[in-house]
Write a protein that binds this ligand. Structure first.
Ligand code: SF4
Ligand code: SF4
Length: 288
């Protein structure tokens, strides 16, 4: 099974559109939405409803008012301003679960409890199997949830004998991206031809170089700035990346997404053709 991760420097560059379309072209495959902070791949893959599994990503402190002697020590030691006085309470949103207040409370009034941080599920979709997760609002530790989800997606791919695992990653270079990178065979960077798009691309390309991972570039809306497209391709070539081609600006893309479909499902369109060509090029490169 080959793992293909699709990344971009920021949201809104067409990463999920490409991931969903790759899933269709790689069917039957396993597709996983590793962008757990803003999951939306399910919208175009429409997985079947399935029971959701709880994800406990961290701990939060809690004060037992019966035991609290109001000494104020927890307020002094909390570096996250999560303790409020009179009566002493923990702000659950601000609490980072570091446990410092627990160790410092001589009255033994503070306990640390696991909290529900999100949910995940694996279920059939029209291109094979879909693995998706959702983080609760204001919850962190998305890297840990991505690692869990990816592990489940790999298990699903192995048990179904799928040839491909298509992973829609988070934008940027944070923890969830690092968690998704482990074990991938190819990383497709979707970039737009702007100065900031090239800057974002360079940051991701450096990350892939550090991790010794094979990168590929797919330029979205290339015809909006031909000069920047050429600059992106030259930068990618310098990193030794494969070039998957250029997607043109295409008003049909929005129509397709609003119909909750992947590109090419509702007939040929310039962008759909470009993504299909990109997939065939990638497939060939992965065979070698
Ligand atoms: S350290 Fe313990 S006893 Fe002191 S104020 Fe905080 S909760 Fe109450
Ligand atoms: S667990 Fe850490 S962050 Fe949370 S209230 Fe205690 S000291 Fe503050």
């Amino acid at each position: 099974m080959k793992q293909v991760l699709i990344l971009s420097g920021k949201g809104g560059t067409g990463k999920t559109t490409v991931a969903g379309t790759f899933a269709r072209l790689a069917a039957p495959c396993v597709a996983a939405d590793c962008d757990v902070d803003a999951a939306d791949l399910h919208i175009i893959l429409s997985p079947e409803a399935a029971p959701r599994n709880d994800y406990f990503g961290g701990k939060k402190a809690d004060i037992d008012p019966e035991k609290c002697t109001s000494c104020g020590r927890c307020l002094e030691v909390c570096r996250f301003d999560a303790v409020t006085a009179g009566p002493f309470k923990i702000n659950q949103t601000a609490c980072e679960g570091c446990g410092v207040c627990v160790w410092n409370c001589r009255a033994g009034a503070i306990t640390s409890k696991e909290v529900l941080s999100g949910t995940w599920a694996v279920s059939p979709c029209r291109f094979g199997t879909f693995a998706g997760a959702r983080l609760e609002p204001a919850e962190e530790n998305s890297g840990k949830l991505v690692a869990l989800l990816k592990g489940e997606a790999v298990k699903a791919a192995e048990s179904s004998g799928a040839k491909y695992l298509i992973l829609d990653g988070s934008p940027g270079i944070g923890c969830p991206v690092l968690a998704a990178l482990g074990g991938v065979d190819a990383v497709v960077l979707v970039a737009e031809p702007t100065v900031s798009g090239r800057h974002d691309f360079m940051r991701l390309a450096e990350l892939l170089k550090q991790q010794k991972l094979k990168g590929f570039l797919l330029v979205n809306k290339w015809d909006l700035n031909e000069e920047e497209t050429a600059a992106l391709e030259a930068a990618a070539a310098n990193f030794g990346f494969g070039l998957l081609g250029r997607m043109p600006f295409d008003t049909g893309v929005i129509k397709t997404l609003l119909a909750r479909k992947t590109l090419g499902e509702d007939g040929a369109a310039p962008a759909a053709d470009a993504v299909e060509k990109a997939w065939r090029t990638l497939e060939k490169a992965l065979e070698n």
